[in-house]
Design a protein around this ligand. Structure first.
Ligand code: ADP
Ligand code: MG
Length: 483
């Protein structure tokens, strides 16, 4: 299906639900951990039994504020929760506690990068609410089962303005949000486990038109790829409808990952009456400037800030700076190592090259790196001082110091007898050995096959076990071969 048509422009707004990484639920001490045996993280408070009294989780509030500040939102000082009343089997209380007219964070933006450059996607709001439980349809033939473990887990809902126009922008936006929540530690960003879920609102309009078209909402997209695919499908479907003269109606749809299409689950309920009212069991809470300041100070340097620093201050290439500021563990490690070695480019090369490769082989992330930054700095110094070659350092020394964080690279080089030899007489010895073995090749070289120098070099490298200083080796070889 074609995904574009010059006559039309797509308009996309995203609602991302992020489960906050608190130990307990939003209004009770029940565990907020993922999974667990069904209905084991469930107290009378989670079930909303009469006589129980919920209490707001302070940590969850702090996380919501943290995300808001990281997105340059305005923070609402006076906050309260409201009841959103509706019936759903996985909603044990018959209402969801949410923030209705007073989201804790307003405005702000998330900066994204696409193939056509950078853009700020404006946020409408970030509000807090509790998650629902889970209906399970596939373990019993006759009954639907419910697991209330998830009921009451704290969520923030991050809602954009209808600001995006392509599936690629939406893809980048969710990528950025996931990176951000992980970076500041408010959500694990795990879409497979549902810690991060996305609803995509999509409409189309004729290019140049100001008014928004009728939107459909595709619910519960559980991977970033599916966000993109669902939007691509919707845009194409709506354009085809418009071209056929069909009326687009407001719908809630679901994504079918088996064939990358969407299907209607309901036509927009005519003005669902949720009978919102302020939650009478919870006290409103007020956030002081001092508190907001405290949260602000707990926010680590954000990816864009670090990118600018790495690129402009430390003079790394745009690509390297971008790579280094993709993942917090990596960025922190890099920054720490720059205080121990001023060869920033080498630190970057080591981390993005052999170190990352070694971690990948064990399916580990930089958070799990046990190599102390001073060991990496030491290794870089050995190479820079000409004591070991880069290839020896990465193939022989790095694996040892990565496996044992207490070993110093210089000691390993000594122990394994890897220190490069720049002593002329020793290298000359190796060079002679090689040349004596290869009179035919020498003759060919002298007839003009200069490329053979590589072969000689390789032989010297072999018999010296990589220890012959390559510069001196070339020099000596050329000297002898020109005689
Ligand atoms: P609802 O009440 O249906 O949830 P909201 O106005 O709260 O709608 O908006 C929900 C999301 O849908 C927001 O991200 C908003 O930007 C987006 N949105 C609203 N109208 C449109 C539209 N016509 N086309 C695309 N997205 C839209
Ligand atoms: Mg909505």
């Amino acid at each position: 299906m074609a995904t574009n048509n010059d006559k039309y422009e797509a308009v996309i707004g995203l609602e991302v639900h992020a489960q906050l990484s608190t130990a307990s639920k939003l209004f009770s001490g029940d565990s907020a951990a993922f999974g667990g045996d069904p209905n084991t993280h469930v107290s009378a408070i989670t079930l909303g039994h009469p006589g129980t009294l919920p209490k707001t989780n302070k940590k969850a509030v702090g996380f919501a504020v943290k995300m808001g500040l990281a997105c340059t939102c305005e923070i609402e000082r006076y906050n309260y929760f409201a009841r959103k009343n509706y019936f759903y089997p996985d909603l044990p209380k018959g209402y969801q506690v949410s923030q209705h007219t007073t989201p804790i964070c307003k405005g702000g933006h998330v900066r994204i990068r696409t193939s056509v450059g950078e853009r700020d996607i404006r946020l409408n709001r970030i509000h807090m609410e509790e998650d629902a439980g889970k209906s399970i349809h596939d373990i019993d033939e006759n009954y639907t089962c419910v697991d209330f473990n998830r009921a009451g887990v704290p969520l923030i809902e991050i809602v954009t303005e209808p600001d995006m126009h392509t599936a690629e922008e939406a893809f980048q936006y969710v990528t950025e949000v996931r990176k951000l929540v992980r970076w500041i530690g408010v959500c694990d960003g795990n879409m497979e486990e549902g810690s991060l879920r996305c609803d995509a609102n999509v409409s189309i309009r004729l290019k140049g038109e100001q008014q928004l078209g009728t939107k459909v909402e595709v619910k519960n997209l559980n991977s970033i790829r599916n966000v993109k695919k669902a939007i691509e499908y919707e845009i194409a479907r709506m354009i085809a409808m418009a071209e056929n003269g069909e009326i687009i109606t407001q719908q809630t749809r679901s994504f079918d990952a088996s064939n990358d299409t969407t299907f209607a689950i309901r036509d927009k309920e005519e003005a669902n009456d949720y009978r919102y009212f302020p939650e009478p069991d919870l006290t409103p809470f007020y956030l002081t400037d001092a508190y907001i300041e405290e949260v602000k100070e707990s926010i680590p340097a954000l990816p864009n800030e670090l990118f600018n620093k790495f690129h402009h201050e430390l003079q790394l290439s745009e690509y390297d700076a971008r790579q280094l500021s993709e993942e917090k563990g990596l960025a922190d490690y890099f920054a720490q190592t720059t205080t121990l070695s001023s060869n920033y480019k080498a630190i970057s090369n080591w981390l993005l090259g052999p170190v990352r490769q070694a971690l990948n082989e064990q399916a580990l992330s930089f958070d799990a790196l046990t190599l102390p930054p001073n060991a990496l700095a030491g290794l870089i110094a050995l190479v820079d001082e000409g004591k070991v070659s880069f290839s020896i350092a990465s193939s022989k020394i790095l694996p040892v110091i990565m496996a044992d964080g207490n070993k110093l690279p210089a000691d390993v080089a000594q122990e394994l007898n890897l220190i490069q030899v720049s002593d002329t007489s020793e290298i000359e010895d190796w060079v002679n050995q090689v040349l004596n073995k290869m009179p035919d090749k020498i003759a060919e070289y002298k007839k003009g096959k200069k490329g053979l120098i590589g072969l000689f070099m390789g032989e010297v490298k072999k018999i010296s076990k990589g220890k012959a200083d390559p510069k001196k080796t070339t020099q000596l070889l050329e000297e002898k071969l020109s005689k």
